[in-house]
Structures are given as structure tokens and as C-alpha cells.
Design a protein around this ligand. Structure first.
Ligand code: XIL
Length: 410
């Protein structure tokens, strides 16, 4: 009897507080913060310019992370080689700073939306020079504002997924064709050198969300980078998905990257013809894994999404722009999923996310000192060796060469 009373007394405040929680549904960003997750949208400086607009109000009340949908891509920032325009990224980063949001940087090195680079890169030397100048300038400008950088975008071939996207892939990579396969290693090393520990370095790709040939190729590439001390902190799963997505496969994929110490961010989520359960499944696949740190939707509202009319409901708001309306059932289901998340995993995620972005450790050396790996190159040329960021000899370094005060794995 006494025991029953005790239980009842315990249950009462719980009932009251859960009723209150439902009445005043927390925002996505509040729920995400409680589990150590960043939750974000892709946006543009135009869309967030007027802080009092319906769009900006929705963005800042529900999300704690932003990324430029287009304005930080190579041809937007460096439309003419050597001339830099940061206005789009600055506009979005000002909005982020004013509203305590983190920002992703998207992206440095991609085969698409990089026309100025594509026209100027003629061979290995010009490729490395243009790559280095771009990363150094843009990285230096934004380094204190960006938390996760997509250094590399879509560099794995679709084919059977076992190799890099090459100059003969469809679409081809002019970076790979001119520099050779180590273009990716160089981009990561250059990025670490300029960004230091102020941002996490990512490789971001599509069609690699679950366990499949492409994600396995990426997993093997990541392990190779680690073995060669090429700096890599995380993998971006773009997550352009459709209804009926395979939660278990996505969760298993995230888990294997966690086992080698890599962060996972879902970076460009849209779910074509989505049902509420699809969103919950995707969120749960993330929440189950301590290394899944960011959940970013590719656009605020269906009408703002790059898929537009074709997506049958693919993001978290309907309508578009200032008249965007929250999909309350989906948003509430995501909030509930986060509230139900395992607190032990959430605690582990917070500790993991707090590890400083990587370094090659004391006396790290850059991959640019490696010999020219490009087979058949007539005129081998590498840039002068350059040191990659390294931390002081007294600092703690984890087994992956990253500065950390806590031992790894957690
Ligand atoms: C898309 C943008 O959403 C569109 O506005 C633009 O016209 C083309 O690029 N993978 C990526 C993103 O990494 O940068 C792409 O964004 C979508 C696919």
C-alpha cells in the first residue's frame, strides 16, 4: 500500500509535467539542444535579411543551425578567380550569430557550381594553386563563424561505388582529372592548415545514407585518410530520401563511422512524399548514435526546396518564404522523438561533440609533401611543401590525432 502511494506520488508530477509539456510544445531547437543535436536548415542571405519577417522568425525559433544553400559554393564566392565575394555567407552568418545558431560551410571543392575554377584549372599545378588560394581565403574569412565545413562534396563515383569520381565519370570531376586522386587529401590538409581547431572538416555525399556500395567506399576512404593522417572529422550524409526510407540501414551506417571516431551530420535532408513516420525514423536513426551530431533540412518550406513542386511534401514547412507554415504534426513528432531519446546516448553525444576538431598532432606534416601520385603525369609538379596545422607537443592527442581532453573511444 505504502509502496503504491509512493509510486502514485512519483507519477503525479510526471503526469502534470508531461501534460504541461504537450500544451507548451518545445521548439525543435530546444528539444535538439537537450540531446546535444544541431538542427538546421539551408537558407540564403535574402531569405534571412529581414529579421522580423515570417521566414526569419520561423527559422530562428525552430532551428539552431544554418547553411547557405548556394552562396558559399565556389562560383558564388570566387566568380572570377582571385576575386572574392563573401556577402552571401556574411549575411547568413550575421543572422546565425544574432540568433545563437551554428553554421555549416558548404562547400570548398565540388565538380558542380564551380565554373570559374573549372575554366581555370588546366593541370595539377594550377589545380592545386587555385584550390589552395580558395581554401585559404574563404577559410580565413569564415573560420571563426563556421562549425562544420564541407571541404569535399560528392567525390565518390556512383557506378559501383568503389572509386573516386574521375574525369570520365558522369558528371566528371575536373579536380580529380587535373590534380589526381590525392586532390581530396590536399583539400583536407589545406583546410586544416587554415581552419585549425575552429571547425570540423567533412566530406559530404549523396546516396551513401544507408549501408551500400557507395557508403562502404566512403568508409574505406575515411579509414585510408586516418591511416595516412589526412585530417578528417566527419562525414556528411546528404539524406535526399524518399518515403519508406530504411531506418535500420541508416542507423547501421552511422554506427560504423562512429566506431572509427567520425562525426556524422545529416546535411541536406528532404524526404520526397514524406509521412510523419519517415521523419521519426530518420531522427531515430540519428538519435540512436552518439556520433550523429547534426540534422539539417535542405530548405525551410516545400516551396523553398530545390525540389519545389515535385516533392510531394519533403521538408518541415509547407508554403514558402514568409507564408511558410509549420507542419505541426511532423514537428511535434520530432520533438517527441527527441524527448524520448536515450539520455545516456545524448550525454555521450555532447561529450563527443565537444572534442576539438582534429589536428595531425605534434609535428604533423602535410600531404603535399607526398610524391606525385598521378600515374602517367608528363610533368610532375607539386607545390612547395607546406606545414599543416599542428598542436603543441604538450597537448593531449587522441588516437586519431585530434586534440582532446578526454580519452577515446568514449
Ligand atoms: C542545390 C541547390 O539546392 C539548388 O538551389 C542549386 O540550383 C543546385 O544545388 N547536393 C548538394 C547541394 O551538395 O549543394 C545541392 O544544392 C543539392 C545536391
Amino acid at each position: 500500500m505504502f509502496r503504491h502511494l509512493q509510486l502514485a506520488a512519483l507519477a503525479l508530477p510526471l503526469l502534470v509535467s508531461s501534460a504541461r509539456a504537450q500544451a507548451t510544445a518545445a521548439s525543435l531547437r530546444e528539444a535538439a539542444a537537450a540531446v546535444g543535436l544541431n538542427i538546421g536548415i539551408a537558407t540564403s542571405s535574402n531569405e534571412v535579411r529581414d529579421a522580423a519577417s515570417g521566414y526569419a522568425t520561423a527559422a530562428k525559433s525552430q532551428f539552431n543551425m544554418v547553411v547557405c544553400e548556394n552562396e558559399m559554393k565556389f562560383e558564388s564566392v570566387e566568380r572570377t578567380i582571385g576575386q572574392f565575394n563573401y556577402s552571401g555567407g556574411d549575411g547568413v552568418s550575421d543572422f546565425a550569430a544574432a540568433n545563437q545558431m551554428k553554421m555549416r560551410g558548404h562547400n570548398f571543392i565540388w565538380h558542380s557550381q564551380s565554373t570559374s575554377a573549372q575554366n581555370a584549372v588546366k593541370d595539377r599545378a594550377s589545380g592545386l594553386t587555385i584550390m589552395r588560394n580558395h581554401i585559404e581565403a574563404v577559410g580565413a574569412h569564415f573560420k571563426d563563424k563556421i562549425y562544420e565545413w564541407d571541404v569535399l562534396n560528392e567525390i565518390t563515383d556512383d557506378g559501383n561505388g568503389n572509386k573516386l569520381r574521375t574525369g570520365s565519370s558522369r558528371p566528371p570531376s575536373f579536380w580529380q582529372a587535373n590534380i589526381g586522386d590525392d586532390f581530396a587529401d590536399s583539400a583536407l590538409a589545406m583546410s586544416r592548415r587554415v581552419i585549425g581547431t575552429s571547425g570540423h572538416l567533412y566530406y559530404n555525399d549523396y546516396g551513401a545514407d544507408g549501408v551500400n556500395g557507395k557508403s562502404t567506399a566512403i568508409f574505406n576512404l575515411a579509414k585510408k585518410w586516418q591511416a595516412n593522417k589526412v585530417p578528417i572529422d566527419g562525414i556528411g550524409l546528404q539524406s535526399h530520401l524518399g518515403t519508406g526510407l530504411n531506418k535500420q540501414s541508416i542507423s547501421d551506417n552511422i554506427k560504423r563511422f562512429g566506431e572509427i571516431g567520425l562525426r556524422i551530420s545529416m546535411t541536406e535532408i528532404d524526404i520526397t512524399n514524406s509521412k510523419t513516420q519517415d521523419w521519426v525514423n530518420l531522427m531515430d536513426a540519428c538519435l540512436e548514435n552518439f556520433n550523429c551530431v547534426s540534422f539539417v533540412v535542405w530548405g525551410l518550406a516545400d516551396g523553398n526546396s530545390w525540389l519545389r513542386g515535385n516533392c510531394g511534401g519533403c521538408v518541415l514547412f509547407s508554403g514558402s518564404g514568409n507564408s511558410a507554415q509549420p507542419k505541426t504534426e511532423i514537428i511535434q513528432a520530432l520533438i517527441d522523438a527527441m524527448k524520448k531519446a536515450d539520455p545516456a546516448i545524448a550525454a555521450r553525444r555532447k561529450a563527443f561533440a565537444a572534442i576539438l576538431p582534429g589536428s595531425l598532432g605534434p609535428n604533423g606534416v602535410g600531404v603535399l609533401q607526398r610524391p606525385n601520385l598521378r600515374r602517367g603525369a608528363k610533368n610532375p609538379s607539386v607545390l612547395a611543401p607546406m606545414p599543416v596545422f599542428s598542436i603543441g607537443p604538450g597537448d593531449l592527442v587522441d588516437p586519431l590525432g585530434r586534440a582532446t581532453g578526454i580519452s577515446f573511444p568514449l
